[in-house]
Ligand binder design. Structure first.
Ligand code: PEP
Length: 251
């Protein structure tokens, strides 16, 4: 059975002390509380090891926001999937639209990152989604299908089953402009159908597909109520416990 998941993406926010304080505050808030979804926080690399030590990782999973497309070697400034895994982090966000747009991550590069993440026991949270011009040109289904095909559809069914997907319409990220619950459901159902065509109904049914793009306390319930929306990837609203908790509790 697929899981409901609320995952935070801190992006390039919070210095080490601030990040640790946020992680500890979330940990303390969740202590003794029963929530109906898995909770993950995606921190900058420098926070990973300390955050893993500071919190109950059975309650809060820890994710990197990227990893290298190479295993090791002379790649100054890069952080490998093996290094991420060695911190105790269990997840890695890959294919975020900011990385595709600003750091020119191509579908081929992302394919290599996914392979390395899986080889090192990390669960990729793989982001897909169209930009505004593509939606306006009614190409959003085609774009999302091609993102899946180019980076993920050479994986074995066993490996594909380990992924979490996040549909993030780029026009909704950080803009305050959320997709409507109908738009989210329509695309999530399409993604699930596309997976079913490639890997069969069982794999498709078991894949968690998160929605991302200006999700917050006031729209999370409506978004998560859709049958194919299995949670959220949350940017801005994951930066404070006050804003993140109500999203977790929307399940
Ligand atoms: C994101 O960065 O993945 C995201 C969804 O950001 P926001 O929630 O701020 O739109």
């Amino acid at each position: 059975m697929r899981k409901n998941i609320v995952a935070g993406n801190w992006k390039m926010n919070k210095n080490l002390q601030e990040g640790l304080a946020l992680a500890k505050e979330l940990d303390a808030t969740l202590k003794g509380k029963k929530v109906n979804c898995d909770v993950i926080i995606g921190t900058p690399f420098i926070h990973l090891a300390k955050v893993v030590e500071a919190i109950d990782t059975h309650k809060i999973g820890v994710a990197a926001q990227n990893c290298a497309d190479k295993a090791s070697g002379a790649y100054t400034g890069e952080v490998s999937a093996e290094m991420v895994a060695s911190t105790g982090a269990k997840y890695v966000i890959l294919g975020h639209s900011e990385r595709r747009a600003y750091y020119h991550e191509t579908p081929e590069i992302l394919k290599q990152k996914v392979i390395l993440a899986l080889a090192n026991g990390l669960t990729p949270i793989f982001c897909i989604g169209e930009v505004l011009a593509e939606r306006e040109a009614e190409k959003h289904f085609e774009i999302v299908k091609s993102q899946l095909q180019k980076s993920l559809f050479e994986l074995s069914s066993e490996d594909f089953s380990k992924l979490i997907l996040a549909y993030e319409p780029v026009w909704a990220i950080g803009t305050g402009k959320t997709a409507t619950p109908e738009q989210a459901q329509e695309m999530h159902a399409f993604i699930r159908k596309t997976i079913a065509e490639k890997y069969g109904d069982e794999v498709a049914d078991n894949t968690s597909i998160l929605y991302g793009g200006s999700a917050n306390a006031s729209n999370a319930k409506e978004l998560f109520a859709n049958p194919d929306v299995d949670g959220g990837l949350i940017g801005g609203a994951s930066l404070s416990v006050d804003k993140f908790m109500p999203i977790i509790e929307a399940f």
